[in-house]
Structures are given as structure tokens and as C-alpha cells.
Design a protein around this ligand. Structure first.
Ligand SMILES: Cc1ncc(COP(=O)(O)O)c(C=O)c1O
Length: 490
């Protein structure tokens, strides 16, 4: 039976249901599976012929006991999670003519146009499934740098078992991303715009972590998290690596490279999981913008929090990549003691020097780059104006620019898959700047859902970051009370 333990080693192992519903482990660590299943070459051959949903079924079945979710229920949950994707392949891959060995993995065909939809739909449906079975409900508390919030809000809308609270740093995400959260007509979705966040989404993560650490509050408000600290998110994020791998290789076994625009390391942890399970990956390129915590940690072995720099790829303006702890746990040889010490030191001093063995281990199969705004904008313009005429969003452009930086050091026939994590329609101002257009945007930078949201009313609570914990607690208590009162009347 697959069990999940905390990276800090302070709680007894739990099953998949508990790991999903708790989100954070009670000792402040992140859940990881006790063992990572291995896929044989023969299984890989079989998986290579599967549709996205069938592949997802095979992969997630390895972590979920049928006594917790039966095979039929799991298939139903997966189908229901991907049926709103606009592309039949869910995450299609396209080749670039002007960069013959480079491919774009389009992860933005879900309902809110970012890669967060890939895992969020399944996670929220699974939480809803568990809660209904227990005849219970929960408050999902989500901090966002612009894409997790819309995905969580959309997936939760109208679900009776869920109150979904999405917090965003006001003014630090695009207007289009904010509207995806504030224009939803769903009484169980609560958007909170937070003013005064110098470190953007990281400031919100800190407040959330404190609220989760308060046992009473956690119980009283029935708190649960669907940020990528939740194991289910990173697990499902392994599927698109397998799926795209099979679309681009000439034969199963060929080794390829993925370039991943990275913030909190959740998507890259999905990649780590895929490779550890047996996906033939030569290397991952960890593509940062100027907020280069991960690039610096991989290059120097020092993991340091620096001041946040607002960039044009704002969804990866992250200076505390919390999923990196999961990676460090495995890279340190599963050393709970080291993780506890490093997490505590990082919290106190904002910096940790890794020992040389761990520093070498994190570089095994990982290279990295830090991309400036000028490089991001010129990559968008160059690819759009080339024969390809393909419009990258700013995050995909960071991935392509990072791949360009490293292409000389890779063998010339190495295939590189760049992850396009959002639709450019979410970032029209950046597209305008990159292409120097003032009037109408190219058709590729438009999407009907974004256009529609422009004509809808917004519902939002506004709050200052310095008052966030008490103000949010008050708002959540009042919603909890109305829920309890109305259940008495019914
Ligand atoms: C568009 C986009 N690209 C990349 C990322 C980075 O993903 P991760 O935080 O999992 O590294 C995010 C979210 O943080 C995102 O919204």
C-alpha cells in the first residue's frame, strides 16, 4: 500500500486520501511517497500508445490504492477533469520549423488557459469526491502568482463541498488573470486581492503557512490547500512529461531535454518524478527569469531568498520555491534531519549552504538559466516574426530563451521540449510590448473566455497584506458560520 511521509519526518505515514486532504503535513513538511514506483521499458512501450487520459490513469493508479478510489471511480474522475480541455490531445506538442529539434508542449488548453488546469481539475474533483463520501466540506485556501488561483476557482465553482478562497497580490498579476477569478458567478468562490506585497505571491504563502500551522484555526475553518504543496498536483504534473516524450521521440529509450519555466518548482518536481520513475530524460533546463533562486541554487549550492524583481513573466516572480524542499529531500538521500535543519535555517536567515554531496546531486540531470526581460521580449518577437509565426506567452518565451542558451552545449541531434505554460491571451500588455503593436493584437493573442470576462461584474474582497491573517480569518469565519447555520435550517 502506497504511504506518504513528510519531508521533515515528524508525522506517521498516511494514505493518499489523508495526504490530499491535509495538503501540508502537520509538522510543516511536504508529503512524498515512501517509495517511487519504477516503470519498465516494456511498460513504457505500452504507455507510448495511450491517450492522455488513459496514460494519466496508469500513472496515478500507481500511487492510489483501489480501496481508496476504485478503478472505475478513478477513470470517472479523470474523464471529468479533462473533458473541458479544448484540444483532443489535452496537452498537444507542436514543432518549430526554425528550430528543427525544438518542440513546444502546449499546456494551456484547459478552462483557464494555463498549465495549472492540468492537475487542478483532478485534484479538486478528488477532494470533492473524498468530502462527499465523508459528508463533509472544506475551505480551500490558495495563494497565486496569477494562474493557480483561476484554475482553483474554476475547478471549485459550484461544488457544494468546497469554499474556495483565492488570494492574489493586487496589481502584480495581469488584469486578465484577476478577472478570471473575480468574474466567476459562483457563491462558493471568494477572490481576495491583497495590497502591499513587496514579495508578491511569496508574501501570501507566508501568511497561509502560518494559518495552516495553527491547529485550532485549521480545524475550525476546515482548511485544506490545493497549491502545489499538495502531492496530487505534482503527481499529475508528471503525466505531461511522459505524454509529450512519446509524441517527439523516434524510439522509446531515446533521451531528450525539457526546458521548464520555473517558479515554485512544482512543474519541475513533476519532471523529477517522471525521470525517477524511468522516463528517459537527458536533462531538465530550469528556466528562471531574473528571480533566479533556483538557477543560483543549482549553480552554486547556496539556496538564498533575494528581493523580488517584478518581470514580464510575472507568474514566475517567485523567490521562495517551496517545492524545492521535496527535491532537496530526495537529493540529500532522504535525510529528514537535514531538511528540518535547512528549512529552519532558511526561515531564520533566508539562506542555506547545501553540503557538497547534495549540491552535486541536485545538478545531476539539471541545468539552468536566468533570462532577462529583454531576452523574453525579443524571443517572443523573433519566434512570431519568423517563418513559424508562433506566438509564445512570456513564460514559454523564458523556456525557449533558456533552451537557446544551452543548445550549443547539447549534442546537435538532442530534442528539446519547451513547456508553454500559459496562453498569450492572459498577457496582452506583454505581447504588445514585445511586438511593438498599439492597436489590435494578433488573433493568437485573443481568447473568447478572456474577451467575455471583460464584460462581467467583478466580486472581490480587498485587504492589506499587513492585516491579512486576522482579516481573512474573520471573513472565513463568517462564511463558515453561514454554512453551519444554513445546514441547521435544511
Ligand atoms: C504560466 C506559469 N508558468 C510557470 C509557472 C511556474 O510553475 P512552478 O511554480 O510549478 O515552477 C507558473 C506558476 O507558478 C505559471 O503560472
Amino acid at each position: 500500500m502506497t504511504q506518504f511521509i513528510s519531508t521533515r519526518g515528524g508525522v506517521a505515514p498516511v494514505d493518499f486520501e489523508a495526504a490530499v486532504l491535509q495538503g501540508f503535513a502537520a509538522d510543516g513538511g511536504l508529503f512524498v511517497p515512501e517509495t517511487i514506483p519504477q516503470i519498465s521499458e516494456e511498460q513504457l512501450q505500452k504507455w507510448s500508445r495511450l491517450s492522455f487520459v488513459d496514460l494519466a490513469f496508469e500513472l496515478v493508479s500507481l500511487f492510489i490504492e483501489p480501496t481508496i478510489i476504485s478503478a472505475d471511480e478513478l477513470r470517472g474522475l479523470l474523464r471529468g477533469s479533462f473533458n473541458r480541455f479544448e484540444h483532443p490531445d489535452v496537452t498537444p506538442v507542436v514543432g518549430l520549423e526554425t528550430r528543427p529539434k525544438t518542440y513546444i508542449l502546449e499546456l494551456f488548453h484547459g478552462p483557464t488557459l494555463s498549465f495549472k488546469d492540468v492537475a487542478m481539475g483532478f485534484l479538486v474533483n478528488t477532494v470533492d469526491f473524498f468530502l462527499k463520501r465523508k459528508k463533509d466540506w472544506a475551505s480551500l485556501l490558495v495563494a497565486t502568482t496569477g494562474d493557480t488561483g483561476p484554475a482553483a476557482a474554476y475547478a471549485s465553482a459550484g461544488k457544494k463541498s468546497i469554499e474556495c478562497w483565492v488570494l492574489y497580490p493586487n496589481g502584480m498579476i495581469s488584469e486578465e488573470q484577476a478577472r478570471q477569478m473575480t468574474t466567476l458567478e459562483a457563491l462558493n468562490v471568494h477572490a481576495v486581492g491583497v495590497n502591499g506585497c513587496p514579495d508578491g505571491g511569496d508574501d501570501l504563502d507566508l501568511v497561509l503557512a502560518k494559518m495552516f500551522a495553527d491547529d485550532n484555526l485549521r480545524r475550525q475553518l476546515k482548511l485544506s490547500s490545493v497549491n502545489s504543496i499538495n502531492w496530487c498536483r505534482v503527481m499529475v504534473q508528471a503525466v505531461h512529461y511522459f505524454y509529450s516524450y512519446f509524441r517527439v521521440v523516434d524510439r522509446v529509450g531515446e533521451k531528450i531535454v525539457f526546458s521548464v519555466p520555473s517558479g515554485a518548482f512544482g512543474n519541475l518536481f513533476g519532471g523529477y518524478l517522471a525521470r525517477t520513475m524511468g522516463l528517459p530524460v537527458k536533462a531538465y533546463i530550469c528556466a528562471n527569469n531574473q528571480n533566479a533562486t533556483l538557477h543560483k541554487a543549482l549553480s552554486t549550492g547556496r539556496f538564498t531568498k533575494e528581493d523580488l524583481i517584478p518581470t514580464v513573466s510575472s507568474a514566475i516572480d517567485i523567490v521562495v520555491p517551496y517545492n524545492f524542499w521535496r527535491y532537496l529531500y530526495f537529493a540529500s538521500g532522504r535525510d529528514h534531519g537535514k531538511i528540518r535543519r535547512w528549512m529552519d535555517d532558511f526561515q531564520k536567515q533566508g539562506s542555506v549552504q547545501l553540503d557538497s554531496l547534495t549540491a552535486d546531486a541536485i545538478r545531476d540531470g539539471y541545468i539552468s538559466a536566468s533570462i532577462t526581460d529583454e531576452q523574453t521580449l525579443s524571443t517572443i518577437a523573433e519566434v512570431y516574426q519568423s517563418r513559424d509565426g508562433y506566438l509564445l506567452d512570456p513564460h514559454a518565451a523564458v523556456a525557449v530563451a533558456a533552451a537557446d542558451k544551452h543548445s550549443n552545449t547539447l549534442a546537435p541531434d538532442t530534442k528539446i521540449v519547451c513547456l508553454a505554460t500559459a496562453h498569450s491571451a492572459k498577457f496582452p500588455d506583454v505581447v504588445r510590448k514585445a511586438l511593438s503593436v498599439e492597436g489590435e493584437l494578433p488573433q493568437q493573442a485573443m481568447h473568447k473566455s478572456i474577451e467575455r470576462a471583460k464584460g462581467l461584474c467583478q466580486h472581490v474582497r480587498l485587504c492589506d497584506c499587513s492585516k491579512l491573517a486576522p482579516a481573512l480569518t474573520h471573513a472565513m469565519q463568517s462564511v463558515t458560520k453561514s454554512r453551519v447555520d444554513s445546514s441547521k435550517i435544511e
